[in-house]
Write a protein that binds this ligand. Sequence first.
Ligand code: PGA
Length: 289
Amino acid sequence: MRNVIVAANWKMHTTPADAGELARTIGARSRTPGVLRVICPPFVCLAAVRDALVGPDVVAADGNGVAVGAQNVHHEAAGAYTGEVAATMLVGLASWVIVGHSERRRDAAETDDLIGRKLRAARAAGLRAILCVGEQLDERQAGRAESVVERQLGGALAGTDPGLFSMTDAQAAAASAVGPWLTIAYEPVWAIGTGLTARGSDAAAMATAIRVTLARLGFPDAGEGVPVLYGGSVTSASIDEFLAEPAIDGALVGGASLKPDEMAGIVARAGLTAAARRAQAGIVAGPTN
Ligand code: PGA
């Protein structure tokens, strides 16, 4: 059974002075069991957010706290790269990292090859990666959305041993609490920050295409173990359409993730999906404390 994940991408918002309180408020108001929650603040706010998320008031009934993620990572381990942050530097501050966000593809000219190197650097440091893919509007209108995403995945994952992302049985058992090594976020670029969203059915079709590509790349279980999130103008009002799709495992949330009410609503709805999946799989709810 795949994890249900709600990840918050705070982008270039918050400061070390206010990020901790926002994270704690979100954590305390989103304690729905069954959902992996991840908050990805700017680099300079990672320590404040980490420290704010220690303590019982953000822990859900299944014992899960809120994980911290970075929004980017450099592909090299160290070196003369002014202003950059290596994966090993994030250890202890973050356990997740977003890789290949479309804003970085656009603003920092990140290529699929570079993104693949970042993925491998993240994995080597023990960080769980959220790999973002998605087409531009003209590409969707031209009927090329799936081929664009397939190319992005192939470019980033080519030359990467899929075994890097597979888990031992013990790790898989623990994954319900800590998450898998690789999660894909399907984020159509035209839906990010625009108030437009994809249709749930289109996002689900893309999730299926993503898993077909993962299977072709040699991922075990035909990519069925890899969570696929939807991202792009997700709010508490729009999330249900995506969670209704069995192929979609949660959301990467931008603008709405800075609003505790919105995050509480999104995680609560994701919790319903998680509970329905557990019921379908015949799994009794985990320990409560
Ligand atoms: P948005 O951003 O929810 O503000 O559209 C999503 C993202 O960029 O991850």
